[in-house]
Design a binder for this molecule. Structure first.
Ligand SMILES: [Zn+2]
Ligand SMILES: [Zn+2]
Length: 339
């Protein structure tokens, strides 16, 4: 009985969680109708203007819909099998009652894995619910009930977890929604004035055009704040999760809020890929040399001892792939020696 109830509750929750997506979709469908029919087909007289507006509008609309779709339906990526405890390890871990020894067991298992961040206590980050050693930047999402690689946040507006697999799509979705709003506001403006001043006849078109302007501006302003925040995060290579944006991720040598900051250009490439021609298209392009979801290039942990690396510019400008992978190896070696 209890089982059935909690299952029913979860089912309800799952249905309710689609409400924000349905609201956004409804607003977009209405805006499509209002722009294409009420404005372009029923209000505009000039054919050239009509064709130009309709053409450009559809480009914005298609890009917006495509990125929205990809943000909603690209599943978050989970840690690979390597990070799950093997059957014997699990048994050993669960049988052990002393937390100190449990910590030791995890430490031993994690030695074989590229795990460099730690819990605030210094222990290996372990998810009890998923029974998985958390890779760097991976976090457990309580809504999705799973560990998500490079988790950024759980977004109700796309009803999906934004992380390693879909962060690019989410950023493009923000950009194209802003473009969509700007395009609408810019082209509707003169008709907004004409309707407002009564130069055009009162009819249903008036209502749609006035609202179109208000809604586009309202969405644009709120999106702008969110978008600028994410630009800052991308530039600094941090995620929205409190752990990276406000307090630093903890490494073996202690917390370092710029631990994953590889310089502006590399940070951008980590999200959008190396080839500029794919930057504005919602296809997955992140290069595995720049982080495969489980491992991310780090500023060397003991850079204080290495004056060459202390200079961020140097890292950015001269950090060709070969060099950075060499640095990476060097980092791993020092880490191994230390532990
Ligand atoms: Zn988990
Ligand atoms: Zn989630």
């Amino acid at each position: 009985m209890n089982m059935a109830m909690s299952r029913g509750l979860r089912c309800c929750q799952r249905i309710f969680s689609w409400i924000p997506v349905i609201i956004i979709t409804a607003v977009v469908v209405w805006s499509y109708y209002a722009y294409v029919f009420e404005l372009c087909l029923f209000t505009l007289d000039n054919t050239l203007e009509k064709v130009t507006y309709l053409g450009l509008f559809h480009v914005c609309f298609v890009m917006f819909s495509w990125t929205y779709w990809k943000s909603i339906f690209t599943p978050p990526s989970q840690p690979s099998k390597k990070f799950h405890l093997s059957y014997t390890d699990k048994e050993r871990y669960e049988m052990e009652e002393r937390p100190e020894v449990q910590k030791q067991i995890l430490l031993e298992i994690a030695k074989k894995l590229p795990v460099f961040t730690r819990a605030a206590s210094g222990a290996i980050r372990f998810c009890d619910r998923c029974q998985v050693i958390k890779p760097d930047r991976c976090h457990h999402c309580s809504v999705c009930e799973m560990c998500v690689l490079k988790m950024d946040h759980h977004c109700p507006w796309v009803n999906n977890c934004i992380g390693f697999s879909n962060y690019k799509f989410f950023l493009l979705f923000l950009s194209y929604s802003m473009l969509y709003c700007v395009f609408i506001a810019a082209t509707v403006f003169q008709y907004f004035i004409k309707f407002w001043e009564g130069e055009l006849s009162n009819g249903p078109a008036k209502f749609h055009v006035l609202f179109l302007m208000f809604v586009a501006l309202m969405f644009f302003v709120s999106l702008m704040f969110l978008f600028s925040y994410h630009c800052w995060l991308v530039a600094k290579n941090r995620s929205t999760l409190a752990k990276e944006a406000f307090s630093a991720p903890v490494f073996q040598n202690g917390p370092d809020k710029d631990g994953f900051n590889a310089g502006f250009r590399k940070n951008l490439q980590q999200v959008f890929g190396e080839e500029k021609k794919y930057w504005l298209i919602p296809v997955f392009t992140s290069d595995s040399s720049l982080g495969d979801g489980h491992f991310f290039p780090m500023r060397c942990l003991n850079e204080s001892q290495n004056p060459l690396l202390a200079n961020e510019e140097q890292w950015e400008e001269e950090g060709s792939d070969e060099e950075s992978s060499a640095l990476r190896r060097e980092c791993s070696v020092t880490i191994e020696l230390e532990s």
